[in-house]
Design a protein. Sequence first.
Length: 479
Amino acid sequence: MAERHLLYLTHAGLQAWSWNKGTLKEIARFASDDDGIKAFSAHLTRHPQARCTLVADLADEAFHLETLPFLRGRDRSQLIARRQAQLHLDTPYVAQLPLGREAGGSRNERLLIAALTRPATLRPWLAELGRTETVLTGVHSVAQLGTALLRQAKPAPPRALLVHTSPAGLRISCFEHGLLRFSRLVPGLGPSTTGLWQTCRDEVQRTAQYLFGQRALDRGNATPVLVLAHPDQHAAIHMACPDSPDLGFAPLNLPELAARCGLQTPPDNSDCLSLLLHLAARTPRQPQFAPGGELQQQRLTRAGTAIGIAAASLLSASLVIAAKNVIETRQLDQQTAAMLAVRLTEESHIAALIASTPTLPLPRETLQADLARLDTLQHFVGGPQPFLHQLANVLDRQPGIELLQIDWSAPGPSTAAPLQHINSKSSCRPDRSPRPAASSTPCASCPARRSMMNGCRATPTATRSSARPAQLQRPTPAG
């Protein structure tokens, strides 16, 4: 994981701190001369993976309150750029802080333009950061960090002055509804300064007079003055800073507030530097003073991180899909092996059945031909019995007819229709006297002949066959 470094910049020089999960540790200090800048460059070379955040605590700051009509998008950006150009700030380190809409229901927007008006103080350090291609996450002001600090001082008043000390000096900031309205740094005042709180009272009153003139504060409302200090200084603050009709001093417990903000090593005096750096490390979306070009390396790093996350996500998805495919392939292999085992078992069973089957008396081809012939003959559902019954009835009614022969045959396999062929021979004896055998066909005028012809036209379906014609002879009745 990349190191997180906080660079605290003052007119005296720069301090490098490392931050990790609420724990701060000072790494090095660099003077604001050529030797200090060279040492800072060597420090960056030793920490190429560090992500740095520059926190400026400078007296050269400007705050301008602007009122803008209700605009959005490109029109709003162009209007803000024109207003900044009209201010002649002559610095690229500018930030915009929206303060909301005007009171009274107007849609006009109140915008605070803050600038670090001495760019020569920042350029040498930022140049070394760019030369070593160190990732710069942003350039912020200590005055902006008071917004995050004031959120922890609950309940936060609508308008208040926040006073705290740091190595750069005594800072007095004015907040309106939790948003920065004005800030001022008094250099040379620190926790070890003699008569600090009496000087603090004088500087607060001087700042309040300026804010009364700007109508940022109202006279006679006893504006709260929140003083961050160690508990052992609270009694001195009460003695040196009595309340007045316009201002009411209220000391805040600095170690308790630091612990509430998540700082693992609370300060042991009234110096607020560790708390301010901790807030700079963990507070997201702070006002950005760095120009777009200064953050190019950060954008590239973010793009690389996004690409890495996307690649890792794609790799994870590919691994999941590959694992799923491997599992499914193994399951298919197991199913294939099981089916192969079943097939081998069935084949062995079939081979055992074949081996236990006795030898056929005839060749298989012959048996198959006979079975096919039998299947063809089974299409016949009856033999000549219906015709014979009909013929017997006719002969019973015509005793003069003598049946000599009946031939019955089934058609061959090539015959399309399942027909039977029946041929009969008979003779007619009308006078019951012995006569020679007649021709195979009776006379046409004989009723028996007509009845027999009618019977011979019948073609009943047969399912039986015979290799030779059947002969049936009826005996001649006694004279």
